[in-house]
Design a protein around this ligand. Structure first.
Ligand SMILES: Nc1ncnc2c1ncn2[C@@H]1O[C@H](COP(=O)(O)OP(=O)(O)OP(=O)(O)O)[C@@H](O)[C@H]1O
Length: 238
């Protein structure tokens, strides 16, 4: 299915008189995984929402293109909250909105996150980690060319989060979706991303390439982590 290419050019977002993103430029190559980190309130979610088409931008340009062929690139979002419909079982949540010929893909997606045997379970019968797995399956069942993840594992305990990292890595290897991951967790960013960008004052102030081979161990990433941490704390504090 492959990933989209994303071009964000001189993007500005104003909320009233407040400028949240200022002249921001960012490109993602097809299949690339980019993590966005930065101080709270720095505009990370706003950038993601603009890419999702949920927040309009004030100035600049945005192009999301399917790498091969024509047609609009599919974009899916996953948030920190699972946003599952409580009155529907896991599989129905995953397949909601899929075309008839895509329903088998929904089942495969649920199996892909290890929950084939919980297809009929309602969200309240699942753990937080399992619900996020369903949410991930729902996003991937739509075969997105661009996957937008906003703190997707922020509410999970450390062990479950580590499992989710391994799972996500495997699934992304399979799908090749271009991925933008907003996170507060530098370890998560460095484990999963090809590039980590720092958003500060409405602009990208650092763009680090992570070249360590996968699967990555935390110990191999400490130097990059230090560098990011220093940058994060020397930021303008927006
Ligand atoms: N719809 C909106 N209307 C007005 N202001 C908004 C709106 N959405 C976000 N903001 C403001 O824009 C700024 C950036 O918010 P955003 O959620 O993008 O930051 P963030 O970097 O994702 O923060 P956090 O790390 O805390 O999630 C904040 O000051 C926020 O209050």
């Amino acid at each position: 299915m492959g990933g989209a290419s994303v071009q964000v050019e001189r993007l500005t977002v104003n909320f009233g008189s407040r400028q949240v993103l200022s002249d921001l430029t960012l490109n993602l190559a097809p299949g690339e995984r980019v993590a966005v980190v930065g101080a709270s309130g720095g505009g990370k979610t706003t950038l993601l929402r603009v890419l999702a088409g949920l927040t309009p931008h004030s100035e600049g340009q945005l192009h999301i293109r399917q790498a091969a062929g024509t047609g609009a690139a599919r974009v899916r979002v996953m948030f920190q909250e699972d946003r599952l419909l409580p009155w529907m079982g896991a599989l129905d949540n995953v397949t909601l909105g899929l075309a008839r010929q895509e329903l088998a893909g929904g089942q495969a997606a649920l199996a892909g996150v290890g929950l084939a045997d919980r297809a009929n379970a309602y969200p309240h019968e699942l753990s937080g980690g399992q619900r996020q797995r369903v949410a991930l399956a729902r996003a991937l069942a739509h075969r997105p060319a661009l996957l937008l993840l906003d703190e997707p594992f922020g509410a999970l305990d450390a062990l479950t989060r580590a499992d989710m990292h391994d799972l996500l890595e495997r699934l992304l290897d399979d799908t090749g979706a271009t991925t933008l991951l907003v996170t507060h967790d530098l370890d998560e960013a460095l484990k999963l991303a090809d590039r980590v960008v720092l958003l500060d004052g409405g602009q990208i102030t650092e763009d680090l390439r992570v070249t360590a081979p996968r699967p990555r161990r935390r110990a191999e990433l400490l130097e990059l982590r230090d560098r990011l941490e220093r940058k994060l704390h020397s930021g303008s504090g927006h």
